[in-house]
Ligand binder design. Structure first.
Ligand SMILES: Cc1ncc(COP(=O)(O)O)c(C=O)c1O
Length: 362
């Protein structure tokens, strides 16, 4: 049996536990994952259906058409784009290529948990810098970097806090990191953040040889179920990622739907407008019943339940579930009194507010 043991540390990696609706025959309002409430673009859906008769074939191994479509849309060099089965796979590939036992990988206190999973899977040691009131603290991150820091993951904006740091702060972080550290900018929610002082990272990637950016089709593009992500980075980094990835890591329907989604800017705008309307509405309604809402630039909000010894997150999520609503409790982010609520359709947003009002105003 000894021979069948996995590498040291594998058993300690947390298994992702999905939030499952209790097995009741009802239509659930699922606001627990950060997906697009408008669904996929109709153009992406048509492209997906169109390749249905071709799924006995392997997909393109170099993702050439998809890379070119990404490059055209975002004005990038297609040779420096690499694709993966979701940005989660990309994060794993980066760790696999750049970190291992004895190395450290830096991230931030409430940073996206996919980072920790990938770091631990690579055998490297995660180092976590504290945040300040749910916002990344650049100085704290620079303080925790050192000789052994191979990678630094920054989710900007971050999930589950919804907050972001400015382009200038990201530049300061880059300048303060050792030259041998690759800064990985996870910009999964970039399309939702249109603040003047924000940058998704393209310029930094183009001006530095130790910065890369990771993006996804799961969020504003509404293709979470298909699993498509991509990265833009220095040629050497893209080369390394191509060395470690599997040849057919993005499925045929996923590549076709992603190409179509990129061209459907109307769907993207509609999604942005929907979020821009309902995010402030939801924040305002929750604040009116005593819930603290952190300032989000994403398609979800982090909501802190007011202190009450008899009414914590478990009671609130249970009450919501009784009303047919699922939200994400973020205890795995050490946020024991918070919920992450994704912006849903109008009806869903109104339903979650009504259910929270029932229990919090009782
Ligand atoms: C910040 C961030 N990065 C990466 C991911 C992974 O997304 P995907 O693997 O679907 O591209 C998520 C998903 O929630 C996320 O919030």
């Amino acid at each position: 049996m000894e021979l069948l043991n996995p590498r040291p540390g594998v058993g300690q990696i947390k298994v992702y536990r999905p939030i499952r609706p209790p097995e009741e025959d009802r239509a659930w309002i699922d606001l627990s994952l950060t997906v697009n409430p408008l669904g996929p673009s109709p153009a992406a859906l048509a492209a997906y259906r169109k390749v249905a008769t071709q799924i006995h074939r392997y997909p393109s191994a170099d993702h050439e058409r998809l890379r070119r479509a990404i490059a055209r849309r975002y004005e990038l060099d297609a040779e420096r784009v690499v694709c993966a089965g979701g940005s989660d796979e990309m994060i794993h590939l980066v760790c696999q290529a750049y970190a291992g036992p004895g190395d450290e990988v830096l991230t931030h206190e409430h940073g996206y948990r996919g980072f920790l999973k990938a770091v631990r899977a690579s055998g490297a040691t995660p180092v976590v810098a504290m945040e300040r009131d749910m916002v990344v603290d650049v100085d704290a991150m620079i303080d925790r970097a050192g000789e052994r820091t191979k990678l630094c993951f920054l989710a900007n904006p971050n999930n589950p806090t919804g907050t972001y740091i400015t382009a200038e702060a990201v530049q300061r972080l880059r300048a303060g990191l050792p030259k041998h550290t690759l800064l990985v900018l996870d910009s999964a929610y970039a399309e939702y953040c249109r603040r003047n002082n924000y940058s998704e990272g393209t310029e930094l990637v183009e001006s530095c040889d130790n910065v890369m950016m990771v993006r996804t089709f799961s969020k504003i593009h509404g293709l979470a179920g298909l699993r498509v992500g991509w990265a833009y980075g220095p040629g050497s980094v893209v080369g390394a990622l191509n060395h470690v990835r599997g040849p057919f890591n993005v499925s045929l329907p996923a590549q076709e739907a992603a190409i179509a989604a990129l061209a459907d800017t109307g769907h993207e705008e509609a999604t942005f407008a929907h979020t821009a309307h309902w995010l402030p509405w939801l924040s305002h309604e929750l604040e009116a019943i005593g819930v603290r809402v952190y300032p989000s630039v994403c398609n979800f909000i982090l909501a802190r339940i007011p202190p009450d010894p008899s009414l914590g997150v478990p009671q609130v999520t249970e009450h919501l579930a009784r009303r047919g609503i699922l939200v994400k409790s973020v205890t795995d982010y050490a946020l024991t009194d918070c919920l992450r609520i994704t912006i849903g359709s109008e009806e869903e947003n109104r339903a979650v507010v009504a259910a929270l009002r029932e229990i919090l105003e009782e």
